[in-house]
Design a protein around this ligand. Structure first.
Ligand SMILES: [Zn+2]
Length: 149
């Protein structure tokens, strides 16, 4: 038996899938939802703020905000070999938020990326067993991908 919690953050992010057989090759964006699923043991230390919790939801929110939202919100995620887009973005002023990644920015690959961004930061001060077990990414209301360990 174990306990899990989930918390999500949302971003407005542009991408394209350059090899896609249909419309995903066009530049477009999504309201992405990145949902972290965390498993672990409940903090039993008496009198502390986290007593009875795996980790404070607000701490998870802060981690998701820092390592996902603040990196790709109102940004365009571009595959490093998508030379057409990269040349085009060079025309934009430097404040344009272009995030170059070593993978085609599908929901599946973004789930793995987000997992790796967040996983090292999931911990409390109490040493309770705690780990990120999955990152679920909603690309559209009908479409989700997950990366699990
Ligand atoms: Zn898309």
């Amino acid at each position: 038996m174990t306990t899990t919690i989930r918390r999500y953050v949302e971003t407005d992010t542009g991408h394209r899938v350059p090899n896609h057989k249909s419309k995903c090759r066009h530049m477009h964006g999504h309201r992405y939802r990145f949902e972290a699923e965390i498993e672990g043991d409940i903090v039993e230390e008496k009198g502390v703020s986290e007593e009875g919790m795996l980790i404070d939801f607000s701490d998870v929110s802060n981690i998701l905000t820092k390592y996902i939202h603040d990196v790709i919100d109102h940004a365009f995620v571009v595959y490093e070999n998508d030379t057409i887009l990269l040349e085009m973005f060079e025309q934009l002023p430097p404040e344009h938020r272009t995030v170059i990644v070593p993978f085609i920015p599908t929901a599946e690959n973004l789930a793995k990326w987000a997992f790796e961004q967040v996983s090292p930061h999931i911990k409390t001060a109490y040493g309770n067993r705690l780990r990120l077990i999955a990152m679920h990414v909603r690309e559209t209301p009908k479409s989700w991908a997950s990366w699990k360990e």
